[in-house]
Design a protein around this ligand. Sequence first.
Ligand code: NAD
Length: 495
Amino acid sequence: MIEKVDDVKLYINGEFVDASDGQTFENINPFTNETTNLVAKGTESDIEKAVEAAEEAFEHGPWGSMKLKERMKYIERIADLIEEEAESIAYLESLDSGLPISQTRKMAARGAENFRFYSRMVQARMHGDAYQVDDEFINYTVYQPLGVVGLITPWNAPFMLLTWKVAPALATGNTVVLKPAELSPLSANILANVIQKAELPKGVFNVVHGFGETAGESLVKHPTVKAISFTGETTTGKRIIKNSADSLKKTSMELGGKSPLIVFEDADFDQALDAAVWGIFSFNGERCTANSRVFVQKNIREKFTNALKERVQNIVIGAPMNNETELGPLIDQGHFKKVTGYIELAKEEGCEIFQGTVPPELTTGNYVPPTLLLNAKNDMKVCQEEIFGPVMAVIEFEKEEEVIEMANDVEYGLAGYVWTNDIKRAHRVAQAVDSGMIWVNSQNVRDLRIPFGGMKASGIGREGGHFAIFEFYTEPKAIHVAIGNHHIPQFGKGK
Ligand code: NAD
């Protein structure tokens, strides 16, 4: 479809530009491990320019003072343009990340919906409250944008995740500097193109590509940037919080996971099976909310494991651009080594390994077959650490209390899934599992209105729905007004 992909530049103050020192890095295709194109390697000085442009646009440009309806026209125009370009977004996203195209098509559609949703949400919900205090005062709150916000995103669902942050940030009236993941830079520039076509005022949206330790850290430490919304690994999140301390930034942390899926013996077997397989092997297993630990009750463990084995053998492993592909190559060779290293570790820790087969013609990509770690124990390293690949540990349990204890005996707390037809138990377990989100008898479907985020090492704060607006991208201001006479202590008047 697209023969050659253009080199990727930075997008600063409404223009595509090279890095200030002209340096670039190679963007590698996960399917061929060949260079797709070159990417401008942003520096501290590029971050400086992008922040300056964003500050100017917020303080003196039309964006900060624009009427809400007019701003929302821009937001909706972005959604329209994303929809028009959805097929090429899906294509470039698959090319860049190795995700199967049937899945990136859905992500592109969701990207457009993120903008539409926040246009509606801000118009309907971005209002303050009024507090009447007898006949003396009226106090009220207004929600105001923060100013320049920094957004730092990962490579696992790049377009969907960056629209998920850019949409509420812009809709609430902030200006943005985005630092996308270095391993998947293409879709950030598609958004920059869309935003240029939508004719947003210059400086409102800026993209600085580059590495975390340089471009990322400069953005985090910049004193003008009011807040950082970050999605990525827990260790990176900790570093960002430390680095943002000197400038007292607001941070939002969407971090790693090791989520449990619990199947009780009375569950709807076939649906639980579908959900367990989809939940770990979609997105190539590179999914923050993946059910990487599956707990199966003793009486159905053997039957469920056999059914899992059959599914795993039949998962379609193929080229990302192939419509039928269910599992594609991992993002890069470094990640491939990490994931295969964990499979080796699982053997050493005593798991039985069961895998699908990578077709022999797929010789160049970073393919890890769908993998089951059977007879796993929850205290094994492979059950405690985030592998972030198509690898699912299967752990047997007998009693409800035992499985709750194991589900919670982990550093993370992002998502959880409970399968049972006992309504009391379903709610009991859902409330007992320590995680930001729990699905009961359901796969990971998400209404955009609900809060998204994790507890424990999986994150701090919630985005999504009105939570992104009120908890992160705006500041509430309380305004106190006297409407009658009230007593004011009179110091310095003598007796
Ligand atoms: P990562 O932490 O390596 O990188 C994420 C981003 O942070 C990249 O843009 C990177 O350049 C930047 N970065 C790295 N070091 C930095 C630093 N010192 N300062 C500023 N920026 C820095 O994560 P990844 O490998 O790209 O993504 C995978 C991780 O993301 C997994 O742990 C996954 O669970 C997590 N994730 C979480 C969610 C969620 O919502 N909770 C969603 C998707 C992915």
